[in-house]
Each structure stands twice: as C-alpha cells, then as structure tokens.
Design a protein around this ligand. Sequence first.
Ligand SMILES: Cc1ncc(COP(=O)(O)O)c(C=O)c1O
Length: 366
Amino acid sequence: MRPFALERYLSKHEFAVRHLACASDPDTLRVHDLLALDPKARDRLLTLPLGYTETKGSLELREAIANLYEGIAPEDVLVHVGAEEPVFTFFKSLLAPGDHVIVLTPTYQSLTSIAEDLGATVSRWMAREADGWQPDLDELKSLVTPKTKVIVVNTPQNPTGGLLSPDRFAAVTDLAQERGLWLLGDEVYRGLEHGGPKVKSVAEVSERAVSLGAMAKVYGLAGLRIGWAVSRDRERLAQMETVKDFLSICAPAPSELLATVALENADLLRARTVSTVRRNLEAVEAVLARFPARLSWKRPLAGTTGFLRVHGEPASTWSERLLSQTGVLLAPSTLFDFEDTHVRIGLGRSNLPAALEALSDWLERR
Ligand SMILES: Cc1ncc(COP(=O)(O)O)c(C=O)c1O
C-alpha cells in the first residue's frame, strides 16, 4: 500500500519533539479520572474477565453509542478498534475493482488510500479555503459517473476545521439518495462544533449511509482504540462484521468498559475538549495578529485542528526549519495530499500556548 504519510511522520516525531503542536487528539485522561466518574466502575474493572468480547461490541457500549444519535438503536452499531478499522471494513465489504469513489478533501488519508488500494478510482472533491472550506456542489455533480458507488464526507473536517454547511450537507445526502450512492460519513470530530452549527450524522438522515465515530478526538481517549460504525442498513453492518472477523475480531474488554463509562458522561468530556479548543483558538489568533504577513487561516468552526497558510515559502521547508530550530512540530499540508501551502495545527492540547510562544519567538527573530 502507499504509505500513510501523516502516520509515518507522526511515528518519527510524535514522541521525540519538544512541542507536539499538530496533534488531532486533545488532552487525554488517566484511568482513575474515568473511574471517578462512576462509583461502580473501579470494582467492575478489577473483576472484569479478560476473554474475547462480542464481535458487535457489548450491548451497554452499543447503547451508549446509539444515544449519541437520533433514531439509532444498539442493533445499528458495530463497535470497532478505532475509527481506522471501519474505514477498511466498509470499503472492503462494498468495493470491487473499477468502482468509483468521491472523497471530500483534504482529509485523513485512509479515506482515499484504502479505496484506491482495493482497485477503486478516487476523485477528490476539494473544499475551498476562499469559501470558508466549503466545497462546490456543481463540482460534486460533475464528478459523479455511472461507476460511482460512494461519496465520502469527513465533516467536521480534518485538517481544515471546516464543516459542511447544513444546506450543503442536505444537498449531498439528497444527491446520494437520488443517484442510489452510498454515503460514508467520517464523523470522528462530530460534537466539537465550537464555532459552527451542529453537524447531523449521515446515518440519521439516510439508510444507505454509514457513519464513523470514535473515542479519540471528542473524548480524548485515543488509547482505548474504540471506534464504531453506525448504519440503519443492518445488512451492510453484517457484511462489515465479516471483514472485521479477519482483523481485530473484537475490541478489548477493558477498553469497552472504560469507553462505556466515558460515553455515559459524554457531555462533560465533550465540553472539556471544546473549552480547551476555544482557549487555543484565541491564542493562535493572537500570533496571527502579530505576524499577518507570515501566517493566516480561515478560523476553524469545529474539531480539534486548524489549517494555517504559510506565506512566502513552501510549508514543508518552513515547518522543517521550524522543527529543527525550535522543536515545534506542525504537520505540512503535503501529508494530506494537498499543495505545499499550509500546516495543520492541533487545538486540543492545553500545552499549545508554550509551542505558540516558541513559534512567535522564532518568527520574531527571523
Ligand atoms: C478524520 C479521521 N478519521 C479517522 C481517524 C482514525 O481515528 P482512530 O484513532 O479512532 O482510529 C482519524 C484520526 O486522526 C481522523 O482524523
């Protein structure tokens, strides 16, 4: 497979740099923080059997996940290991060589690479910075061919922090329904709409749709490696489950239990992430106000990331120098199959201001 550029980059630098300033997962919690949310959880964890779990996911976890959606039952949920796994189970269960997939970009590379690796052709439907990271609907219509099988939308969007406006979201779901296309909604940042309208889930509005969610970005629990697929098409979920049998089979029992405790306190954990992101947005804007000729952005509306435009120099060489001279790690846009113009910044960590200070000093010196 084509290597996953962002994951390779993070694997090289993430645990070695002084200032990790491009993470998409927010501040995490410790096990005892989660256990403190539910008086019975500690005993349950200590007495938990460590055998295989149900392939679909435990009923109580699926109930907690279903509660995040309108009109979704626990039977409409298939728990996975991370949100990465259901990208694969969805495409593998559906695509044949020669199929065509349209993907809203820039985005997380799996959403294009896995489809390509399975022999599908992929068209990129670009979000436009000048339009506040909205894509053009006429362009979407022109991309649909008789071979098109799936439209993929990642909203809220990584890396831009944009989201599909409600009217465009409705237009995409209508178009998919009219043309009989599948919709894959990568919604791992849904719930973090810190400056925009609340995003609906594709699984709520369409039966021919699969929505992906996870513990990583909204709840700061990436290490639990719990993600899920939600769909009212249970036959699709059954087919994804047969692929999952060849991958993780089932999720780890301690992760299922801790994820359930977290989701029973979803509002609290979500609010914690949003408040960190809001503080960091102001801190980033203070830097942009000091150096308007060097960096700019369309202020993100949702999620934990923003896409900063670097002026006067390719973003990849700029960010490489920044890293070697200050230890600040930003992720250049080339890692997102995008032109060499932007860097992703992560907004969910409370230590971002220290990285911003190092960045400002560096910009000042130059
Ligand atoms: C848009 C998007 N989808 C999926 C994933 C994978 O999520 P997980 O860590 O739960 O596997 C990520 C992680 O960065 C992401 O940004």
